[in-house]
Ligand binder design. Sequence first.
Ligand code: DC
Length: 207
Amino acid sequence: MSDTQHPSHHDRTPGLVVAVDGTSGSGKSSTCRAVAGRLGLAYLDTGAMYRAMTWWMLEHGVDVHDPAAVALRSGEATVVSGTDPAAPTIHVDGTDVSGPIRGEAVTGAVSPVATVKEVRERMVALQRAIIAEKTSTGPGIVVEGRDIGTVVLPDADVKIFLTASAEERARRRNDQNVASGLPDDYEAVLADVKRRDHLDSTRPVSP
Ligand code: DC
């Protein structure tokens, strides 16, 4: 087919875009970072951005279970993501939050924040700006998330959906918890994995 039949492709910048979606604990991050590193591409972890927004909400005393309150404050946080697959970084209002966003408080609160339409619109706009920059000035980017191939980049060159069973994902997450000094509690982790799957897959915006 000629380019005229693919205006969106024709208009796109030359860098390669790889969209990787899937469930939490499926191995997306390790896979995406390894692929980006091997191919010399940038890497964007969009889950970290929702986590960063959640960290800001908790830090400012916003009730994460009140969507109107979250929507109201969603424009205030400045989230800045690094794109080096060897050393991903994330800052909110200049503070490095790469540690705290992996903690229990943020992990337990991120699902309701990520369901808020205003939060998603803001994050998607930010993600598209980063992707546009990386594809116009470099060889391309691997983008990891839940709605990358469907909403953020429906036109991506490569789209992957990665998953694993709830039991396998819970086993990995529990191992990570134990390694970082948290209690060994597979059943509780499994219940949490299932709860988050349910919240993420039944939300009205980008389920
Ligand atoms: O992949 P993760 O566990 O870091 O994701 C954190 C949360 O953010 C999880 O509840 C799913 C949500 N998320 C999303 O809604 N859209 C994305 N593109 C990425 C993550």
